[in-house]
Write a protein that binds this ligand. Sequence first.
Ligand SMILES: C[S@@+](CC[C@H](N)C(=O)[O-])C[C@H]1O[C@@H](n2cnc3c(N)ncnc32)[C@H](O)[C@@H]1O
Length: 261
Amino acid sequence: MNKLKLLSNYLNYLIKSDNEHGIHSPFIYEFYNDVIVDKTPFYVYYDIESIRAKLLLANLEINIEDHGAGSKVNSSTTRKIKDVAKHTLKSPKYGQLLFRIVNRLKPKTILELGTSLGLSTLYLAASNKNIKVTTVEGCPNTAKVAQVNFDKIGFKNIELVNDTFDHFLPHFLAQQKNLDFVFFDGNHQQEATLNYFNLCVEKVHNETVFVFDDIHWSEGMTAAWEQIKKHPKVTSTIDLFFVGIVFFKTNLSKENFVLKF
Ligand SMILES: C[S@@+](CC[C@H](N)C(=O)[O-])C[C@H]1O[C@@H](n2cnc3c(N)ncnc32)[C@H](O)[C@@H]1O
């Protein structure tokens, strides 16, 4: 999708998205007000953002192994860490949203597909040291930088796996009774995204939440999001344009919200 089309889709989202006044579901209403648009600053935000600030100054070059859809900004295999930090990571706004979702829903385990330098992982792991976060990154050099960041901040509840999603997921899922929370943030292609979703959806329970990154990044990702919304186990979904949130609670109606963020 070219930049102009993305911009026009974003403008369309801004026009058609609702705030809390358009929400009739009590659960989604509360989730929107208390989690999505909550502005409470948490101390840990500063610790994590100070790591980002250092990454944004890092001139060291690393060799990138790309196992996904690639970058729209830089297709070179050698990249400066500061460029990866600038173009690949979720911004503070979305990292902090992940923190608030986890802080509210308190999943016992989290799976993240797509670690990169580990910023979103830190947000996922920060609210409670008893939450076990498994994060998967295919590029060995990128994973090494992420591990340095995890050691630097001292979170002990993160397990970083250097593997491809396709190789890792079947083995991992075979060992899991169920999944509490999954953040899908890598290989943003329609077929791959649906494949990861279809594997993971077998392990959902009533309280499971999936968050998908970049649901409108391309025509393919928008088509994948449409398919995900239709899945019989999916009840309510929230489209925030740059991320999509999926619920499986059976007491929620099958309703797709497009909300301002
Ligand atoms: C968008 S970045 C993740 C950003 C990170 N979640 C954050 O916001 O801090 C996606 C990462 O997924 C990795 N990736 C993409 N496709 C993959 C695959 N098929 N297997 C393993 N890793 C993959 C890429 O190497 C990249 O580092």
